[in-house]
Design a protein. Sequence first.
Length: 308
Amino acid sequence: MAPSLSDTELIVSGLIVAVLAAAAMVAGVLAVRLVVAASAGEARLGDPGASATPRGLFGVTPRPGMAGGCEPPSRPGRVSGRLRGRRLPRRVVQLYAGLVLYGLSMAFMVRARLGVMPWDVLHQGLAGLVHWSMGAVAIAVGVLVLLLWVPLRQRPGIGTVSNVVLIGLALDVAMRLLPQVSGYPLRLAFLLAGLLLNAVATAAYIGAGLGPGPRDGLMTGLVRRRGWPVRRVRTAIEVSVVAGGWLLGGNFGPGTLLYALAIGPLVHPLLPRFAVAVAADGHISGRAGVNRAGPPRPAVAGSCSVPR
């Protein structure tokens, strides 16, 4: 456990975390540029002979139904390789910034000691049982959940794999930097900060449209394959992991209930502002093609959007 720190040290720790998040965003930009440069032969900007069906990050041509991309439609207005090339850096940077922020939000709620997110009750209980860091347990659980996608015939995207690894790493780094706070007002402030940061992070990584998280994919896979109602499936999964985590010693508290009740209403208005779409003129828009009365929808025919 981190020792209690003074207000000055608390501010410095917060600044360090912010710098790390900014550094992660810069690293994401550089990584995207390298990927785009390496795949320049597949989607040449300004080349009229370039294929209208670009390849994905790993050189795989996206197919209909694949998380993170779809075949362009066979009618005017399709997304060309040029437009996809312009949109990809924004989506990848937003994805990785959102995942780092998600791990940071988890650490804030852990340090608040007022109850953690539903899945983190299980992560925390298992961490105490096996004496691993909470981030390492979150990664291990993510891998196990991802294996459950196989019988459900779910297809992961780059966002799915990144979700498994990056959130756990960001959580462990943030846990080392954030102090153990005392006093109810400061603990409540940490809880609310974690909740609000998590809403922004969730909207950011979902809006990038590069694949759902492993836990969300498990829910949507069960709904699609079994035809069960979404609400019942999600409730059954989260009640099960909370109960199991609590029995193992995870921190179930008012913060857990607050998260369960508030995260949906907080994320809903943020999704339109983070959903990446390509307008008809080829400019990137954060709001185009989003129905404010519901989840994000594809802005251009043939594009994919995977809601949480």
